[in-house]
Design a protein around this ligand. Sequence first.
Ligand SMILES: [Fe+2]
Length: 313
Amino acid sequence: MADRILVDWDENNAQLWGHQPILIKHNLHQSPLFSRQALAELIEAYPREHYNLIQTGPRESRRVWREGDFGGLSGLQIIDAIDAGTLWLNLRNVTEVDRRYREVVQQLFGEINGHVPGFGAPQHTAGILISSPKAQVYYHADLPGQGLIQILGSKRVYLYPTTPPFLTPQHLEDIALFSVEVDMPFENWYDKHALVYDFKPGEMLHWPLNAPHRVENLNTVNISMTISYTDEQIRRLQMVNFTNGLLRHKFGYQAKSRTTSGPSYLAKRLLQRALRNSSWLRRERTARQSVDFKLDKAKLGEIIDLPKTADAA
Ligand SMILES: [Fe+2]
């Protein structure tokens, strides 16, 4: 791609980047890589370990969040099922799976680095989200740096402050430990403190690290891309969150320090290396994330329950 991806860049964004939510213009929604046909082909070839298919509840409910399988549908049928259901498909690590998307995302990160002094070249990845007209993503926070790029349809994005009660160290610790982002407590009154964007194709949002957010699709099927990046400081914070969470859950010890250097940090790094693959953690993670449905080929948009697997118990 010879042309630039980011267009009409506002020079103030260089100072706001990472400190305030900002809206940026892009032209990826015009790229043939995001046509229905191109995405159908991408879906058909997508490795199982790199996608999540989620069923979300209706607007009023917050607690339906089930993981499923494609169930042998073609790529176009899967997109039709998403059109008709309340589903949310996350093609994670598209930069690893397909070279064409990797090149586009690499170019995008290069352009950000050109605009934002000191951004550098963090490790990055991207995912493509295809979601139903009434799908929603519940209140959550992500550990890496994040941006959201709108390709098709529109959605309402709520962004919340990075301070208590919206976000606490314990929330970040639980995310680092269990890799389940949507267990964060949420109250409806939080919305009074949110910045709300009705997000359209050609727009990109970037927000401060860990800022909690939630998303409601505005009655149209949505295609978006998430970008996600980790530099040395973010990596160290993730490690501290992981270890503090482990100390709290496993040993009942409430760590006070969130420092990312010095002896306390080094001790935590050693502890993290020792415990990150422990069987306790594997059991906890499996119990919190298991696939329990597949798509129904006969009724697009419907799902079929799968029997519970023994090892998820
Ligand atoms: Fe997120």
